[in-house]
Design a protein around this ligand. Structure first.
Ligand SMILES: *[C@@H]1O[C@H](CO)[C@@H](O)[C@H](O)[C@H]1NC(C)=O
Ligand SMILES: *[C@@H]1O[C@H](CO)[C@@H](O)[C@H](O)[C@H]1NC(C)=O
Length: 730
């Protein structure tokens, strides 16, 4: 072969090889790994056995929900009176403050909270789209030279007004900087280093957590203290499972000085690392239990987000914003009446007001673990970016949080909240006729809902908070618990060594690891405004009625007896299985056609109640969990159930204290509070990471509509649904 032929041969071989390769790539793979193709819509392409959305975009109505794109927020402007402070506004606010003498003459300062000071409710209710915005103001909680200041800053005029919030024992929410610096500060202490080394731990493997100390008396007062607990990271990312038990460092958060080192667990081994790592990459074996699954929306979702924060979906409309303390705040919730077409008010404002998580171990290294995650740590500050396709499904819209750091500089917490439509194969309503009647009727409507989700990772624990809206007017508030247990080291490796298991304070989960019993309480602020602010709280008591002798073959039946709560104490509710009630929030001056007051009812769920002694210091601070339901008159200064300053508070500014004033609540602008409760006795399945446990409560229309509001929605039919075929048959 001459050179020319050789080149030709090589070229041909190359072409053949290339063709062969291309054919092989396009060949449908056998059985399980079939390629899929949504043939109805070119926006849907295939890769391997999973879908991805091509970049081809449909012309958008307004803001089309997008997948995760990095947004810088430098050109954000407020559109709505409740819109959070923008990046520009936060910068401006910071420069106004820093040029003020209070800050200029200060030795130290830190911003613990910088959020919008929401305008008066009346101004928000009377504002309509297109009106000029009420004056934009910032509400600031700052510590200057170790003194707490609450300030209102007018962004237009630059005026700074101190706010008198009265005397309080507690401190504001920690800054992220407080938390991170506390985990490093002990390393500045030689005794601490020696203690760690004496436990056989290399300082490079050390991981420490800042743990709020609660409040347990005088000794801890008049300075911001934190307890630091440490772990060994050696051999695992899940250091939480390797506690250096009994070691507690008490730290002054302001000076960063170690106040005390308590080391009482020298004989307790550090639990092994093996089997603790939960990362997919760390698993030796991987199994596919189900085929890849996803809900397809070839025409895109049915919701829009207008002006960054106004969510419109089906018959619902509400304002949504991330918040550093509450996580998310849902406001101005309205639903369309199917008969009149008007948007009707349901709720003015709803959010997670406080969490209370007491651990049930009275020993030295554990008694103080009684977290209040919103007021102490900032529930929203702990909300990490959501993981697309896993935290929220495809087609979710992601909203960022724009918050101020401890130095007042704004930063972006990207993808903090997601909004998506959910279809879980559930039924909206149905009826089918049995052959007895001779009628062939089968009427069923699928249930599609809209979910607003965020997930906070408060150190080890993860809380998933969902606000779910249904087309029938129901709002479901769901909290899921996952993440990693706070565990205790022990010398036990088997239960056969334990004489009295009830004194373990928990469950032996693995060798040398006890999952400590604890509770979770999540208290929601629900400013219901059912067809307007003037509402009443009605307990519809379900009572047994005995029949009179000879009246009926029946001896007893149930009656619904309506009791309108006159004052706050009438509305302090402890749930009782054998003395049940429905809990209605009604508008007494608005009646249905047949004369029932329009209303929404609270349907409780997640009903664990705190069993702690009411005088126990943690329970005093968490006294907002003494009842499952409370109703208070609307007061814009009463939003945080654990008090404005929760950190190290003594519990003198809680919902329980406000409610004791026993103010009138009948036919007034009132706020309902509900606490979801969980008792958690850990089990082995919670190791090394907990499968999600959820509970929810509902806000459900009760005589709010004239009749079933989704009577006229269509059923699903094959021809309307996206068609996805396997590539082999396409
Ligand atoms: C403690 O150990 C850390 C890490 O090795 C080191 O950076 C630090 O200087 C040590 N502290 C003291 C007081 O020696
Ligand atoms: C509003 O709340 C604040 C803080 O609890 C309280 O000082 C004030 O008295 C309350 N106002 C009314 C009218 O209840």
């Amino acid at each position: 072969m001459d050179a020319r032929n050789l080149i030709r041969f090589l070229f041909l071989s190359f072409i053949i090889a290339l063709l062969l390769l291309l054919t092989l790539i396009n060949l449908p793979l056998p059985d399980k790994a079939e390629e899929l193709d949504c043939s109805t819509n070119s926006r849907w392409c295939t890769t391997k056995n999973r879908f991805f959305q091509s970049t081809l975009k449909e012309p958008s109505k307004r803001t089309k929900p997008t997948t995760t794109t990095v947004r810088h927020h430098t050109s954000d402007v407020p559109h709505h009176p409740l819109d959070p402070l923008t990046l520009t506004e936060l910068n401006k606010l910071r420069s106004i403050l820093l040029s003020h003498s209070l800050f200029q003459n200060s030795k130290t300062y830190a911003f613990h909270s910088v959020v919008l000071e929401e305008p008066e409710k009346f101004d928000v209710l009377t504002w309509s789209h297109g009106d000029p915005l009420p004056p934009r103001k910032g509400s600031v909680i700052a510590r200057v030279n170790d003194v707490t200041h609450v300030l209102t800053v007018d962004l237009a005029t630059g005026e700074i007004t101190p706010v008198d919030v009265g005397e309080h024992s507690g401190y504001p929410t920690m800054t992220i900087e407080d938390m991170t610096s506390s985990t490093w500060a002990p390393l500045g202490n030689a005794d601490f280093n020696r203690t760690i080394i004496a436990r056989g731990i290399d300082l490079k493997d050390l991981a420490c957590l800042p743990i709020s100390i609660g409040w347990f008396g005088k000794k801890e007062e008049n300075r911001r203290l934190i307890k630091v607990q440490c772990y060994s990271m050696e051999g695992t990312a899940n250091f939480y499972m390797r506690p250096i038990e009994g070691l507690t460092v008490v730290l002054d958060m302001d000076t960063k000085q170690v106040v005390e080192i308590i080391d009482k667990g020298k004989n307790i081994p550090i639990p092994k690392a093996a089997g603790t790592d939960y990362r997919f990459s760390a698993q030796n074996t991987k199994i596919n239990l189900v085929n890849p699954i996803s809900i397809e929306q070839p025409k895109g979702p049915s919701f829009t987000i207008e002006d960054d924060h106004l969510v419109k979906w089906a018959n619902w409309e509400f304002h949504l914003k991330p918040d550093p303390r509450a996580g998310v705040i849902i406001s101005r919730v309205m639903v369309r009446d199917p008969n009149t077409g008007e948007m009707r008010n349901v709720m003015y404002k709803g959010f997670t007001s406080e969490l209370f998580v007491p651990y049930m171990d009275p020993t030295d290294a554990w008694y103080f673990k009684t977290y209040m995650d919103a007021g102490e740590y900032g529930f929203g500050l702990q909300a990490m970016p959501l993981d697309p396709l896993n935290d929220c499904p495809r087609n979710a819209y992601y909203m960022d949080g724009v918050f101020a750091a401890g130095d007042g500089k704004p930063y972006v917490r990207s993808n903090m909240v997601c909004v998506f439509e959910s279809y879980a194969g559930d039924i909206g309503w149905r009826h089918s006729e049995s052959p007895i009647t001779g009628m062939e009727i089968r009427e069923v409507r699928p249930k599609v809902t809209l979910v607003v989700r965020m997930a906070a990772s408060v150190a080890n624990y993860d809380y998933i908070v969902d606000w779910e809206f249904q087309t029938d007017g129901l709002i479901r508030v769901k909290v899921g618990l996952s993440g990693i247990l706070m565990v205790k080291g022990t010398s036990y490796v088997n239960m056969n060594q334990v004489n009295s298991p009830e004194n373990l304070h928990g469950t032996l989960l693995s060798e040398n690891v006890i999952g400590v019993i604890h509770d979770h309480y999540i208290t929601f602020y629900l400013d219901m405004d059912v067809d307007g602010p003037q509402n009443s709280f009605v307990k519809v008591n379900i009572k047994r009625q005995e029949t009179a002798a000879g009246e009926s073959p029946r001896l007893s039946y149930l009656k619904a007896v309506r009791n309108v709560a006159k004052t706050e104490k009438d509305a302090q509710v402890k749930l009782k299985l054998y003395d049940p009630s429905e809990y209605h929030m009604v508008n007494p001056s608005k009646k249905t056609r047949v004369g029932n007051p329009v209303g929404y009812k609270l349907v409780p769920g997640g009903t664990a109640a705190s069993l702690l002694n009411l005088d126990d210091p943690p329970q005093k601070r968490g006294a907002f969990t003494n009842n499952q339901i409370w109703v208070t008159p609307y007061n814009r200064s009463e939003e945080w159930a654990g008090g404005l300053f929760t950190y190290q508070s003594k519990g003198e500014d809680t919902l329980a204290v406000w409610s004791e004033r026993d103010r009138a609540i009948e036919n007034k602008d009132i706020v309902m509070w509900y606490t979801l409760g969980f008792h958690h006795v850990p089990c082995q399945e919670d190791f090394p990471i907990m499968p999600t446990v959820s509970s929810s409560f509902d806000l459900k229309p009760v005589n709010f509509y004239e009749s079933n509001p989704i009577l006229n929605i269509p059923p699903n039919s094959e021809k309307d649904l996206p068609v996805c075929n396997t590539a082999s048959s396409a």
